[in-house]
Design a protein around this ligand. Structure first.
Ligand code: NIG
Ligand code: FE
Length: 436
């Protein structure tokens, strides 16, 4: 049985709906039909309350009078009146590239005029453009820009995110990016799971083989060394852009396996623009997660369902690049654990998970409960945190959003209007954002 700290830290009361997602403290993900059956508590007269202990852990879920009395007797420090709104778990963004310098607004015009993602990249733009700018930036500039992005993410309800390097492509800049994420994790109220993505593109003065060797023989050993010295504690995952003309399946497998041997979780870009068999390879080597998957094959779907690899789907990228949608319905129906991510990056400049959920419902044909599970419990599972976050249960961390709306679905339904709906954001039991 869980033991709780002696005093209570905060109480949230007058709640109409609590979207628990699951009420099972041991449930680490939902898949198949279960994704559509999220657990919701409801009280017509808003008589629901949640009590959080001094360590930021949810200790009780009950009614107002009972929990207010408990809070009073234990000198609860913070009290949040939900005023008849809803309480939902903090959102988890399963895929982001938030550390970079410069922008690519000029490329948006090129893409609108018909240039494909790879055409822009092959002409020296895309990731190459951002890499040049990011190499030139000092870490304080990158941290400042990340802070600006992080604040907007928090306001949009994100309390935890996966965050990649990948705009350095040389050892020095890749380490600089990972250090910036580490600093942000220490000082921002957001929680980061950092991903080493030195295999995001092939630098112009290199080739697939040389970059693969550099990553395996220099970059990964540097991360291992840093970790042994107590640094880069939030670097947890390894990523590769597994794509035709970038890192093909064999090099991707070598890099990912080297990362796995170094203790990193495999979480990579697969089958986005070309059906390469990335999903089959990822399932075979025990990937925790694979992203994009627009071109996944039926065999890839079956392999992912069997291996319990999470499919992290990215609606903003499909929308921006006018790609065909990934087969989200087939994936869910066949038992793949589906998560969502914003893919926030200079190509797809969207950091709002409520917008991502809306797009997933309309363009990927997911239901609102499925999109919500994908942005909470399942995204938390993709970064190894679903025992602690992603649902509202006694014993889980109090990462919460108070919604100014009578039904939780307003968070998804009000397209591009999350600022109207999100009233308070709570991270680890503390209010970190309140609408003025
Ligand atoms: O997930 N596909 C590769 N990586 C990113 C885009 C990065 C960029 O264009 O800067 C993605 O969409
Ligand atoms: Fe990406």
């Amino acid at each position: 049985m869980a033991t709780f700290a002696a005093g209570f830290g905060s109480i949230i009361f007058n709640i109409k709906q609590i979207v628990q997602v699951t009420d099972d403290p041991e449930c680490l993900f939902l898949r198949g039909e279960d994704m559509g059956k999220i657990k919701i508590l409801e009280s017509e007269n808003s008589d629901l309350a949640v009590l959080v202990d001094v360590d930021g852990v949810i200790s009780h879920i009950g009614c107002n009078s009972e929990l207010k009395a408990l809070a009073k007797s234990t000198k609860c420090r913070e009290s949040v009146d939900a005023e008849g709104g809803c309480l939902v778990p903090g959102l988890v963004d399963g895929h982001t590239h938030p550390v970079f310098a410069g922008d690519r607004v000029h490329e948006f015009a090129m893409k609108l005029a018909g240039a494909s993602y790879m055409e822009v990249q092959q002409a020296g733009g895309g990731i190459h453009f951002t890499t040049k700018k990011t190499r030139e930036a000092v870490d304080s500039e990158l941290l400042e820009s990340l802070e600006e992005i992080g604040v907007e993410m928090l306001k949009a309800g994100t309390t935890t995110l996966e965050a990649k390097s990948g705009y350095g492509l040389d050892t020095e800049t890749e380490m600089k990016m990972l250090d910036v994420i580490e600093m942000a994790n220490a000082i921002f109220p957001l929680e980061f799971s950092a991903t080493f993505c030195g295999a995001h593109a092939i630098p112009k003065d290199s080739d697939e083989w040389l970059q693969t060797e550099l990553i395996i023989n220099e970059m990964i050993p540097r991360i291992v060394e840093e970790k042994a010295n107590g640094n880069m504690t939030c670097v947890e995952n390894i990523d590769v852009f597994c794509e035709k003309g970038v890192f093909e399946v064999d090099s991707s497998r070598r890099i990912l396996m080297a990362g796995k041997s170094a203790g990193l979780r495999i979480n990579f870009h697969a089958d986005e623009l070309t059906r390469l068999g990335g999903a089959e390879m990822g399932a075979e080597i025990g990937a925790r997660a694979m992203s994009h998957l627009e071109e996944i094959s039926p065999a890839g779907i079956a392999a992912m369902a069997k291996s319990k690899s999470v499919g992290v789907l990215l609606p903003t990228t499909c929308y921006m690049l006018r790609l065909k949608a990934p087969p989200a319905r087939d994936m869910i129906d066949q038992g793949v654990i589906v998560a969502l991510g914003s893919d926030f990056n200079p190509n797809a400049f969207c950091l709002s998970m409520p917008t991502v959920m809306h797009l997933a419902c309309v363009t990927f044909k997911m239901s609102m409960p499925e999109a919500f599970v994908a942005s909470t419990l399942n995204a938390a599972y993709s970064i190894g945190r679903s025992k602690r976050i992603g649902a509202i249960t006694v014993g889980r961390q109090a990462d919460l959003i108070v919604l100014e709306a009578p039904k939780w679905e307003h968070l998804i339904y009000r397209f591009g209007c999350h600022a109207m709906v999100i009233k308070h954001v709570i991270k680890n039991g503390k209010v970190v954002f309140s609408k003025s």
